[in-house]
Design a protein around this ligand. Structure first.
Ligand code: SF4
Length: 349
């Protein structure tokens, strides 16, 4: 029996593509990618859906976690970023390349994707699809059943493993044809389109960008980006400030021995997690930021700093800062477009 590997994100398009191929008597192995930046509610739902649908459809699901290999793409994307920090074309090539390993392992003959021509900028336009085929060295072996009739014939079609007439000519962003097809196939419960990963979010992208240009892009640091307010105080030092009890606890728990913990000494207020090399000016600045978000009936307010290098916690009388002064250090307020140019220079050399 001919086998195929399907990129199975848990979204409707990948589900339809998989079903279309299965209905032609092909055995399908589904591959679901866990992207380090897919940590939002909708994408988690899609992952759960992929798992439960593969069980319902009786197909094997292989989960592949993208980690360092994905971070390397961000450091040096061959095809640059999308609107924010999303290297979609490189990301697709990476996923196809990884799926190819499963294809070899499972002795499958081709790869299936739910891509729809012109649905997304760049990566799903004809140019993008042909780049994906070329750079993954799988030209002719990537079948896209939802748009196959608008694309060149693939090897599985030429060899008669599948019937091209049973494929579709969907294109563009309109989702109606996919919804109609889902109804015809009896697929009624599927997650709403989740959009891209967190790298397409302009605020989140600026945080990631800050890690990128300071050479601090690690899996551990990415986890921290999901917490609190994010300040860059110097090239060597950043401060994360909790917004609520949950953030505060999480920041405290995530602190490494070399990190600095800032808390108001006698009042309610946020926890600050400081990472990097600190000097007295940065110490005062960080304390001033924590003080700004604290509610202290005690005057003067002191900020407690804990660090493994201190024999006992340090008490600092913070400088007084206005919101305008604080905002200057918020990563989200840093110019992004100019910075992206720098990324190209720094990382594409
Ligand atoms: S949106 Fe994110 S996960 Fe989706 S293709 Fe682009 S980079 Fe990859």
């Amino acid at each position: 029996m001919i086998k195929a590997v399907s990129l199975f994100s848990g979204g409707l398009d990948s589900l339809l593509a998989t079903k279309i191929i299965m209905d032609q008597g092909i055995e399908v192995i589904a591959v679901n990618f866990i992207n380090p930046f897919a940590n939002n509610k909708k994408m988690k739902e899609k992952q759960h859906y992929a798992l439960s649908m593969s069980q319902k459809m009786g197909i094997e699901l292989v989960e592949i976690e993208l980690k360092e290999n994905f971070l390397n793409l961000l450091r040096n994307p061959k095809y640059d970023f999308g609107k924010n920090l999303n290297p979609c074309l490189d990301c697709k090539i990476l996923m196809i390349t990884q799926a190819y390993q499963i294809m070899k392992e499972k002795k499958a003959s081709f790869i299936v994707t739910g891509e729809v021509l012109s649905q997304r900028p760049k990566s799903q336009f004809l140019w993008g699809l042909s780049i994906i085929d070329r750079d993954s060295h799988l030209k002719g072996f990537i079948l896209r059943p939802l748009s196959a009739k608008l694309l060149q014939e693939t090897i599985p079609e030429q060899k008669g493993w599948v019937d091209r007439n049973k494929f579709y000519s969907f294109s563009g962003r309109i989702r109606g044809p996919q919804f109609d097809l889902a109804q015809k196939m009896g697929i009624t419960d599927y997650p709403a389109p989740a959009g891209g990963c967190l790298l397409t979010d302009p605020i989140y992208a600026r945080r990631v960008y800050d890690l990128l240009i300071h050479d601090e892009l690690t899996m551990g640091n990415i986890e921290l980006l999901k917490l609190g307010r994010y300040f860059r105080l110097s090239n060597q030092f950043k401060l994360l400030v909790g917004r609520n009890e949950k953030d505060n606890l999480e920041l405290f728990n995530q602190a490494k021995p070399e990190d600095y913990i800032f808390t108001p000494s006698h009042s309610k207020g946020p926890t600050g997690l400081g990472k990097g090399i600190i000097d007295p000016d940065t110490e005062r600045l960080a304390s001033g930021i924590i003080a700004y978000y604290s509610s202290s009936p005690f005057e003067p307010l002191y900020i407690k700093i804990q660090h493994q290098g201190f024999s006992s916690p340090k008490m600092i009388q913070p400088i007084s800062l206005s919101l305008d002064q604080i905002e200057k250090y918020r990563i989200e307020n840093f110019p992004f477009e100019i910075s992206r140019q720098k990324t190209k220079k720094t990382f594409q050399n």
